[in-house]
Design a protein around this ligand. Sequence first.
Ligand SMILES: Nc1nc2c([nH]c(=O)n2[C@H]2C[C@H](O)[C@@H](COP(=O)(O)OP(=O)(O)OP(=O)(O)O)O2)c(=O)[nH]1
Length: 143
Amino acid sequence: MSDRSVDHVVVVAGAVYDRGRLLAARRSAPAELAGRWELPGGKLEPGESAEEALVRELREELGVETEPGERIPGEWPLKPGYVLQVWTARLLSGEPRALQDHDELRWLARYELDSVDWLDQDRPAVAEAGLRLPAVPADGVRG
Ligand SMILES: Nc1nc2c([nH]c(=O)n2[C@H]2C[C@H](O)[C@@H](COP(=O)(O)OP(=O)(O)OP(=O)(O)O)O2)c(=O)[nH]1
């Protein structure tokens, strides 16, 4: 039982990148998480691979098609019995919209990552995801 995913619920989240920015989503529920920012995603369902769960969750929550990339090394504890795993993801089609679980979305450049109130448990994962961003976004626009 050394594999934590055997006895933990795995929450798969996407580090969705586009033009040198990372997508952040503000939770609308449950009450104790509402208003805090996270990487969009959700729980792995039985029989699903992490990549399949990620694609499904991003479609349901944001209305976009994505292609999973690499897993960001690490696994972060959430509430008891839950762990967070993060995959990079590339937008294939659609513009993300806050359809489910979120009420606002923002694209953040590396220098903007601290501008939103991330869930405490997400901060180490976001820091790792941020390392994959360029210092200046692709279109060069700052501030
Ligand atoms: N998606 C996501 N959930 C997170 C993050 N950080 C964090 O603590 N959580 C928590 C919130 C929820 O308690 C749980 C994931 O549940 P969820 O509500 O997003 O997943 P889901 O869509 O599969 O859930 P459900 O509505 O089908 O029950 O993990 C994160 O970065 N992304």
